[in-house]
Design a protein around this ligand. Sequence first.
Ligand code: ADP
Ligand code: CDP
Length: 214
Amino acid sequence: MLVIAMDGPSGSGKSSVSKGVARALGLRYLDTGAMYRAVTWWMLRQGVPVDDPAAVAARAGEPVLSVGTDPDAPTISVDDTDVARPIRTDEVTGAVSAVAAVPEVRRRLVALQQQIIGAGGIVVEGRDIGTVVAPDAAVKIYLTASAEARAQRRSKELTGASVAATQADLARRDHHDSTRKVDPLARAVDAVEVDTTSLTLPEVITEVVRIAKG
Ligand code: ADP
Ligand code: CDP
């Protein structure tokens, strides 16, 4: 069954495009970024110092995640607490790249992601899907957009955040995500790059569906 791997930096449109493509093709949808955010939320709540990789690694096996893959109503909970909203706070956004760089965290989440993907029929979005999580995916997309466009989109979602501050935060996270030692954000050699800077969301969805249908 079909697996579509969707990678790219923050604000390139992965979540919106993946959900739209999943709906259009009748597939499930998995947001792997939400899983890293959920583990980060749990670490912060437990008082684990998130910039201490050894401390994070020591607790990486504890949080139990459950994830729903309906593109119309994706869900995520940790130890039976619904965390869909709290994982989007600035506190979690500020800490997630450090937690996601810890190999023990990645090993556990990649295994869980591969279990959810199972026999396929799913669009999976993240940073390492085409390279690590689903290297055999039939369709691999790498979404890009200019730093300005990505910051503008993100700051529109976050009321009160200036474009300049948002762009600085995205740049910091992209740098962290693409220079870490394990599973860095990278374009798979066989991924098709789609630059979304001057495309509307429906145009990007149509283009990815066209690529997926070969
Ligand atoms: P990512 O998952 O890559 O961080 P999102 O899908 O969350 O990106 O997109 C960030 C914001 O940008 C959302 O508000 C979304 O509606 C908007 N957006 C995504 N793609 C486009 C596009 N091609 N044109 C305009 N806005 C877009
Ligand atoms: O939506 P946004 O682009 O802001 O981020 P996200 O997709 O929710 O991902 C949050 C963070 O999780 C990223 O900045 C990465 O540090 C990490 N991540 C990762 O390391 N690997 C993935 N497959 C997905 C996310």
